[in-house]
Ligand binder design. Structure first.
Ligand SMILES: Nc1ncnc2c1ncn2[C@@H]1O[C@H](COP(=O)(O)OP(=O)(O)OP(=O)(O)O)[C@@H](O)[C@H]1O
Length: 388
């Protein structure tokens, strides 16, 4: 009896194993068929789209937000007319499309997301790579009375609480929120608050500044930018506007893929900027004389205290050159990454308010410059770049 049962048990177990193997093989076959099915369907879709491409949109036509946009542009930003492509970009963004903007540095990219941010009801999230750049933007917007804020490593607990409340519950006034890419890739808490913000219908737009940082083919790759594609995955209905001053075709393709915006509307403006010019001066081989030359150049060319920047390679050099310039009667101070955030802000603020003529900085200050008053930018050692 025992022998019969054991024999049958063995048979059943073998048969069961057989059935399981067949099921596994069938499931694998099903998966292969499904993959092939979706591949063939997408080929068909692509083919039909290529045969009937949608007619190009006319982004310069009239839109129902025109008069509100005009009012904000003129009365709030104090800008009398749009520069080429700005209005079209704003219209595409306002129409809910993903947009890629390639526009020269200083061309006016910020308005292309700041104006839609104000036209929309909710909050616009702006991802920007540099703390100094974020501080400058937030400072400028606040000065115009626009509720803008930033969530970075330097944000106070109190501000953080205010921002999280705004995202979470829609409390308090917040229209434009700047973050660094690290916030998106590293802070689960922030992403969950953003999720709530979107769930409550309060997230209106995502802007990605300096978008070329996404691409390893670009000149300024930032690993954390690679993770920004999560924004489109998590918030597929929120339009993304990606902005950059420099992007080769390869970089454009790369960043469109990384940000998951394959069907974005692309605007490429001319990079020709007649107001920018380079001037190269021969420098003396004696360090002290070089400072004399820079001081003479600033005094001679910019006698009305027009603001400017002198770039140096090292932090120590920044401090020394700033002192040397002060000794020569120029109001100068230094700016570098080793300084306390509050000291950096103080210097930046004095410079922005024309209380300081020259900032002597490392590249940490680089992109912080976003104001039209800039007149002289010189590189201690070899070159100078000027903007009129
Ligand atoms: N239509 C306009 N007419 C006049 N000034 C404008 C216009 N649009 C923007 N500006 C001004 O041009 C300056 C540069 O604009 P903005 O900072 O947006 O440049 P940007 O394209 O973001 O440059 P970057 O690539 O360096 O970040 C700002 O002072 C801004 O107020």
């Amino acid at each position: 009896m025992e022998g019969d049962v054991e024999g049958e048990l063995l048979l059943v177990e073998t048969e069961l194993q057989d059935v399981q193997d067949q099921i596994r093989a069938l499931l694998e076959h099903q998966e292969r068929l499904q993959e092939r099915h979706s591949h063939l369907s997408s080929l068909l879709l692509l083919d039909s789209q290529n045969q009937n491409p949608p007619p190009p949109e006319d982004w310069s036509r009239a839109f129902h937000w025109d008069s509100r946009a005009h009012d904000l542009r003129f009365n709030l930003f104090g800008i009398s007319s749009y520069r080429p492509n700005q209005r079209e970009i704003i219209n595409a963004v306002m129409s809910g499309r993903d947009v890629l903007v390639i526009m020269a540095a200083g061309g006016g990219k910020s308005l292309c997301y700041q104006l839609p941010a104000l036209l929309h009801d909710g909050i616009t999230l702006v991802v920007s790579p540099l703390l100094s750049l974020i501080q400058d933007q937030v400072m400028g917007l606040k000065a115009l009375g626009i509720p803008a804020n930033m969530l970075t490593s330097t944000t106070s607990k109190e501000d953080e609480k205010f921002i999280y409340k705004a995202l979470d519950k829609g409390e308090g006034a917040l229209k434009i929120l700047y973050v660094t890419p690290e916030k998106i890739s590293k802070s689960k808490r922030f992403m969950s608050k953003l999720e709530k913000c979107n769930h409550g219908g309060r997230l209106s737009l995502v802007a990605i500044d300096e978008a070329h940082c996404c691409s390893q083919w670009g000149h300024d790759f930032r690993p954390d930018y690679k993770n920004l594609g999560i924004l489109k995955i998590q918030f597929p209905n929120i339009p993304v506007v990606a902005l950059t001053a420099t992007a080769t075709y390869k970089v454009q393709m790369d960043l469109m893929e990384m940000l998951h915006i394959p069907k974005c509307v692309k605007f490429v403006s001319t990079v020709n900027r007649p107001n920018l010019f380079y001037k190269v001066h021969d420098k003396s081989s004696v360090g002290k004389n070089v400072v004399d030359e820079i001081a003479d150049f600033i005094k001679g060319s910019y006698p009305n205290n027009e603001s400017g920047i002198v770039y140096c390679f090292s932090r120590k050099e920044c401090e020394q050159i700033a002192k040397d310039l002060r000794d020569r009667g120029i109001s100068a101070d230094f700016y570098h990454a080793d300084m306390e955030v509050t000291s950096r802000e103080k210097v930046h603020l004095r410079w922005s308010k024309s209380k300081l003529q020259v900032i002597v900085g490392t590249v940490a200050f680089g992109d912080a410059v976003r104001i039209g008053r800039l007149r002289e930018t010189s590189k201690h050692n070899d070159t100078s770049l000027e903007e009129e």
